[in-house]
Design a binder for this molecule. Structure first.
Ligand code: SF4
Length: 246
């Protein structure tokens, strides 16, 4: 990560929630203050907690490896978190998900970063981050790669899987790189990317869908196959954006 500026939040001694008792350091966002794309992770892990630096830990390393493949410049990126203190739990778990009260307590810091940077796109990574950014009950599985307008932040939101999930599930990497490529193109426009006539392929059978997947050489898990089959049964067709195919 080359550009490592931070928004001045003056929260090094923050005690707004109970996560302050387990942390070594508050981990704020870092990156370009002129970033078009603002990535929101879930919480800092032990390496980020030790150094207080989100740009040096495994989340940033994995994310920037994929950004390189999607040709997204680090000058266009700011990386931050939903909460800024590690949510420690007793062994053997050691780390737990932050609860709603902790996420709400930390919300003003993320809001200040978004307000200072004014990105064209916010990219929440993982279910907890998507819920926080959209402020509603959603999952990463039903929002991933979708372009959603945020009235609150006055910009687009496109969720992706969390980088550490992709490290555990390498079969997710192919479509995540595709999501990132579309994010790069979409980041050039502040408004929602217009959906033009004739840019979609209509899929009406699961066989057509499998053929398409073969053609673009994307690995799809059995979960996605079951999901697509049920979508076809429910709606009789699926529109696939041609930018995914070409
Ligand atoms: S998680 Fe956020 S609100 Fe809670 S103590 Fe840390 S910086 Fe403060």
């Amino acid at each position: 990560m080359q550009n490592v500026e931070s928004v001045n939040l003056e929260n090094d001694a923050c005690k707004q929630c109970g996560l302050c008792y387990g942390r070594k350091n508050v981990v704020n966002g870092k990156g370009s203050l002129k970033a078009k794309i603002l990535f929101v992770s879930e919480w800092p892990g032990s390496p980020e907690d030790r150094t207080g630096d989100i740009s040096e830990g495994p989340i940033a390393k994995e994310l920037f490896r994929m950004l390189g493949k999607a040709k997204i410049s680090s000058y266009d990126v700011f990386l931050t978190s939903t909460v800024r203190c590690i949510p420690k739990a007793p062994p053997p778990v050691r780390i737990r998900k932050p609860d709603k009260a902790e996420i709400d307590a930390c919300a003003p810091y993320l809001d200040k970063e978004i307000e200072a940077i004014k990105p064209n796109i916010i990219v929440p990574m993982g279910t907890l981050a998507v819920k926080r950014v959209l402020d509603r009950v959603v999952t990463i599985n039903n929002t991933r790669g979708t372009e959603i307008w945020s009235e609150k932040y006055n910009c687009k939101v496109i969720p992706i899987y969390h980088p550490l999930v992709i490290r555990r599930r390498p079969e997710y990497e192919g479509f995540t790189i595709e999501d990132l490529r579309r994010i790069r193109i979409s980041s050039e426009y502040p408004e929602l990317t217009p959906r033009r006539e004739g840019t979609y392929k209509i899929i009406t059978t699961i066989e057509q869908f499998y053929k398409l997947i073969e053609r673009v050489r994307v690995y799809i898990s059995s979960y996605v196959k079951v999901y697509m089959t049920s979508m076809l049964k429910k709606y009789s067709f699926i529109l696939i954006d041609n930018s995914v195919i070409n």
